[in-house]
Design a protein. Structure first.
Length: 211
């Protein structure tokens, strides 16, 4: 059985496209059963449609409160029989009830070497701190923002002449392989969440795997 993925996006969808391609080429033992975006104009929706993947919009601006949006998003998620929810540039904070209902079945990729720089503006923050290296991290999603158990990381050097944009471009180049690797671990039963920890081949990950 191929692992059924549900991907949440807010923007351009390059990570989504990499996952679509990896599923199509059977590099991933998975299939995408749906794509959800909170932004109606997100180009990732067009990527999904071109691949004949159901694409759904839950526009956060169409709701009077965050609670109403969260309820609508949860209802939409439940319409898909997904094994794993993959956040790929989804720029909304999910409430604790929703996250907890998908505990161990939801992944996120974050553009920093967590636990450094949770939240936004990670590339500029790395530059401001004078870091010599930067990168991206995949983790299980919990109610703690960007604070769930770490699974894998990829690193790159920070150059003296880097701007936030050039550093972002370099990190973005790492994200596709990292995310595919971690999703493949999950799809093949090697990765799971237990007792508040990420476990790979039944070994608790005391530190993220460097990829």
């Amino acid at each position: 059985m191929r692992c059924k993925l549900l991907v949440l996006i807010s923007g351009y969808g390059s990570n989504l496209q990499a996952i679509i391609d990896a599923c199509a080429s059977r590099q991933l033992n998975a299939e995408i059963v749906g794509v959800i975006s909170n932004v109606p104009t997100a180009f990732g929706l067009e990527r999904a449609r071109r691949a004949n993947i159901p694409a759904v919009v839950v526009d956060h601006k169409a709701f009077a409160s965050r609670g109403e949006f969260d309820a609508a998003l949860r209802q939409t998620l439940q319409q898909f029989d997904a094994d794993l929810v993959v956040l790929a540039g989804f720029m909304r904070i999910l409430n604790a009830d929703l996250v907890n209902s998908y505990a161990g079945r939801m992944l996120n990729i974050h553009p920093s070497l967590l636990p450094r720089y949770p939240g936004l503006n990670t590339h500029q923050r790395a530059l401001d701190a004078g870091d010599s290296e930067h990168g991206c991290t995949v983790h299980f999603v919990t109610a703690n923002l960007d604070g769930g158990p770490l699974i894998g990381q990829s690193r790159c050097p920070v150059h003296a002449d880097d701007s936030a944009q050039t550093l972002a471009d370099r990190v973005h180049g790492l994200e596709h392989l990292l995310y595919q690797t971690v999703i493949d671990w999950y799809a093949n039963g090697r990765l799971r969440f237990a007792d508040g920890q990420a476990r790979l081949d039944e070994t608790p990950l005391e530190a993220p795997v460097q990829i």
